[in-house]
Design a protein around this ligand. Structure first.
Ligand code: B12
Length: 231
């Protein structure tokens, strides 16, 4: 028992060391605007059999947060931040190519968007990747979508689950307005939502699951779909 606990701890240390090395390599590549080095870091992560959720959570997300902190402190410029974001978005595409898709849940459709005024959609793109990998049919509308468009699109396309994200102050109000409008047009959907402005203000309630990280998305959508299937 003692031995297996020690082995468990050393396995965790190994994983942490692996995440740490890859996170440093990826962050350095973003800071230098070196797309090739960024891709090498992510290919190393894929070769080390890290899952998409692990790569997002332990490598790409902290690197982007670091970029944001340096940008806020004026240590890097807007162009550096934009380049880091573009490289990260290309990395998500690379992950998507590398991903094997299991068609386990092909009959369920998930729609993703950020409401009008919210430009931050990297987290949702990660969620889209994870859901595709899990076999969901994914409809990614992207950022800054007017509320009436979201409602109309949902009514026409009938998603089972809708994922929304809110980063900027005030965006969670837009998310709540969007949910209200969509519910009028298409009442059958349930919601999985996240983003720093939401998690600081809202808690999960029936029909709306508030997640703090992209790695929670598949489980939350699975649970939402299961509840809907039972009804
Ligand atoms: C990239 C970036 C941009 C890009 C976005 C491009 C894009 N396609 O998304 C651009 C250049 C457009 C941008 C614009 C702006 N930005 Co900006 N941006 C960032 C940056 C550097 C990274 C954001 C990011 O992608 N993070 C990685 C993602 C994966 O993590 P995350 O969003 O934090 O999400 C986590 C959770 O919240 C959760 N999650 C989020 N959504 C969802 C959804 C679901 C369904 C689930 C399950 C989970 C989930 O999962 C993630 C963790 O696993 C951040 C820095 C930071 N600390 O985040 C600043 C940051 C968010 N931006 C900021 C600012 C101020 C702006 C601008 C106002 C700048 C300006 N003066 O123009 C504009 C506002 C635009 C707008 N109206 O929305 C501030 C926000 C401060 C605040 N809250 O008040 C930050 C924090 C930078 C800073 N430190 O000052 N930005």
């Amino acid at each position: 028992m003692v031995v297996s606990r020690e082995m468990g701890a050393s396995h965790e240390n190994d994983s942490e060391a692996k995440f740490d090395a890859l996170r440093r390599a990826f962050s350095a590549a973003l800071l230098m605007g070196d797309e090739v080095a960024a891709e090498v870091a992510i290919r190393d992560a894929l070769d080390a059999n890290l899952t998409t959720a692990e790569i997002d959570t332990h490598i790409v997300v902290p690197a982007l947060w670091l970029i944001g902190d340096l940008w806020e402190r004026g240590e890097i410029g807007v162009a550096d931040e934009h380049l880091a974001t573009q490289i990260s978005l290309r990395i998500l595409a690379l992950q998507r190519e590398a991903q094997r898709t299991f068609r386990e849940r092909p009959t369920h459709k998930v729609m993703l968007a950020t409401p009008a005024g919210e430009a931050h959609d990297v987290a949702l793109r990660m969620v889209a990747n994870l859901l595709r990998g899990a076999g969901y049919e994914v409809v990614m509308l992207g950022a800054d979508v007017p509320v009436h468009e979201l409602a109309g699109f949902a009514e026409r396309n009938r998603p089972d689950v809708i994922c929304l994200s809110a980063t900027m102050p005030g965006s969670s109000d837009s998310v709540l307005v969007a949910i209200h409008e969509i519910q009028q047009a298409w009442p059958s959907a349930t919601y999985v939502i996240g983003g720093r402005d939401l998690t600081s203000r809202l808690r999960s309630r029936p029909g709306i699951d508030v997640c703090s990280g992209v790695a929670e998305a598949v489980e939350a959508v699975d649970a939402a779909v299961k509840r809907a299937d039972l009804n």
